[in-house]
Design a protein around this ligand. Sequence first.
Ligand SMILES: CC(C)(COP(=O)(O)OP(=O)(O)OC[C@H]1O[C@@H](n2cnc3c(N)ncnc32)[C@H](O)[C@@H]1OP(=O)(O)O)[C@@H](O)C(=O)NCCC(=O)NCCS
Length: 148
Amino acid sequence: MSAPAIVLRPGHASDLPHLQAFDPFAGRRDREIEEGLLQVAARQNEVLAYLTFSRGGFVGNPYIEFLAVAPSGRRQGLASRLLAWALAQHPGLRVFISTEADNFPMRALLQAGPWTEAGAVHGANGPRAAEVFFYTDVPSLVLPPARS
Ligand SMILES: CC(C)(COP(=O)(O)OP(=O)(O)OC[C@H]1O[C@@H](n2cnc3c(N)ncnc32)[C@H](O)[C@@H]1OP(=O)(O)O)[C@@H](O)C(=O)NCCC(=O)NCCS
């Protein structure tokens, strides 16, 4: 029998305990869930990864704020699939994402995709590594001509 499919869907409040079990970032993701800014990758009831949009964006552009995959789910394309979904939500726009300069898995992931390095902000993470920003321009949707 084949393994249950992985689905991408909006996060629910009931997902929070699962997220917290692998979330490497400070704080909780309650607000993002409440505001519909958090998307998960799940296999049945098991949440394996999540991505959030920042409510305020980044200088007027959509900004992917958090992206995390449970250790057991890594290197299976989950982050890539969540990123592809996130970009598909923003046709015709420039989308930003960022990571600490010394986060080599994340930098490898971004290098494997359509991302252009935009520059580093020193001091954003206190004494830790600089935050490096990347962007990509999502193609516009091309619709068939309107029927006359
Ligand atoms: C970074 C992270 C999100 C990657 O998630 P993932 O689901 O494992 O990534 P994918 O499977 O989609 O990887 C796609 C490609 O990225 C590159 N990549 C990803 N992780 C890598 C690693 N540890 N080492 C080298 N290359 C890596 C590879 O090119 C990979 O393709 P391949 O597996 O066919 O070689 C995950 O390691 C993670 O959650 N880390 C902790 C949280 C974090 O740092 N988030 C980013 C800050 S916002």
